[in-house]
Design a protein around this ligand. Structure first.
Ligand SMILES: [Zn+2]
Length: 291
C-alpha cells in the first residue's frame, strides 16, 4: 500500500516510480491510501493505480475531489473576492494555483474509509484516524503494535500545516486544534509526516503547533486593534516565514494561501465571540467586538 503520491506531473511520476522500484514495489499489486485531497498528495494516484487497486480516501475529501469543477473554483474565487482579495491578483493566484494544475483525474474509483476502520497489509494493521483541519476529510494511519503514526499534513515538523478557510460554513482552525488533541496521547515511536523530516515524537510538536496558533490569534487581534479591515488587509500585516522582503513581493498564489490562513483565524475568533463582521460597500470587513 502506497500512502500519498505527489503532484500529477511527469517529473514527480518519474521520481516516485524510480523510488518505488528501488524498494521493490510492484505497482500492479499496490493499493493506495490518500491522507487528504491536496494535489501534492493525491495528484498521481489516477496515473499510478492499476485496474484492481483499492484507493482509500475519506468521504469528505473524496467529495471535494469529485466536485473540483470550474464552478467550484468560481465559488471559491467569489468568496475570496467578497472578503477583500483584489480581483486582478486573484485571477493570477488561481491561474497559478498548483491544486488546480496538478490534481488527479476526478473520476477516481474510491474506497471510502472512516474513523476507526482498520486496513491490514501483511504484518501491519493500520487504524484510520479522522483528523479534520488541514482539510475537512484529512485522515491519518496508526499502527498500534509497531507504534507507527503516518500523519499526512496533520503534523509537520519543520513547517506548520496550512489551515485555511475557503468557504464560510466551516471553522477549520477549531477542527484542527481538536484533531491535534485527538492524536496527542497515541503511543508512537515513529512519526511519518507528508513533508520533510521524520520524527519520533508527536507530543512536543503538537504543543508547539497549538502555541503557534494561539500566537497567531493574538496577532490577528492586535492587527484589528488598528481598526476594521478586510481579510486581505489582515493577512498582509501578519508575520509570514517566507523568503520575500514584503507582502507586495509575495507571488499571488502565496498571498492566497496566507489569505486563507488569515480567514481561518478570523473565523475562529468570530465563533469565539471576539470578532464581528459586516458587509460594507467594498465587501466583508472584520472588527473587534466591544465587550
Ligand atoms: Zn496538504
Amino acid at each position: 500500500m502506497i500512502v500519498d503520491t505527489g503532484w500529477n506531473r511527469e517529473d514527480c511520476r518519474v521520481a516516485l516510480v524510480s523510488g518505488l522500484n528501488e524498494c521493490g514495489v510492484d505497482l500492479e499489486r499496490a493499493d493506495f491510501f490518500i491522507t487528504h485531497m491536496h494535489a501534492d498528495h493525491s495528484g498521481l494516484v489516477s496515473t499510478l493505480a492499476g485496474e484492481g487497486a483499492r484507493i482509500y480516501f475519506s468521504q469528505a475529501d473524496s467529495e471535494i475531489i469529485r466536485s473540483s469543477t470550474p464552478e467550484h473554483w468560481e465559488k471559491m474565487i467569489d468568496f475570496a473576492r467578497k472578503c477583500g482579495f483584489p480581483g486582478e491578483e486573484l485571477e493570477k493566484a488561481v491561474g497559478s494555483h498548483p491544486g488546480r494544475k496538478y490534481s488527479p483525474d476526478n473520476s477516481l474509483n474510491i474506497c471510502v474509509v472512516k474513523d476507526g476502520d482498520t486496513i491490514s497489509i501483511g504484518d501491519y494493521s493500520f487504524r484510520c484516524i479522522e483528523t479534520p483541519g488541514h482539510t475537512p476529510g484529512h485522515i491519518c494511519l496508526y499502527e498500534p503494535r509497531k507504534k507507527i503514526f503516518i500523519c499526512g499534513d496533520h503534523i509537520l515538523f519543520d513547517i506548520t500545516p496550512n489551515i485555511t478557510l475557503s468557504f464560510e460554513d466551516r471553522n477549520p482552525l477549531k477542527e484542527y486544534l481538536t484533531s491535534l488533541d485527538k492524536v496527542y496521547d497515541l503511543d508512537v515511536e515513529l512519526v511519518l509526516p507528508g513533508h520533510r523530516s521524520i520524527f519520533r515524537n508527536q507530543k512536543e510538536r503538537i504543543r508547539e503547533l497549538k502555541l503557534h496558533h494561539q500566537a497567531r490569534l493574538t496577532e490577528v487581534i492586535c492587527i484589528l486593534e488598528r481598526g476594521k479591515q478586510n481579510a486581505f488587509q489582515v493577512a498582509s500585516q501578519m508575520t509570514w516565514a517566507i523568503g520575500f522582503k514584503s507582502w507586495d513581493l509575495f507571488p499571488p498564489a502565496q498571498k492566497l494561501f496566507a489569505f486563507g490562513e488569515a480567514m481561518a483565524h478570523l473565523k475562529y475568533l468570530e465563533e469565539e465571540g471576539e470578532v464581528g463582521w459586516r458587509i460594507e460597500k467594498q465587501g466583508i470587513v472584520f472588527s473587534l467586538r466591544q465587550n
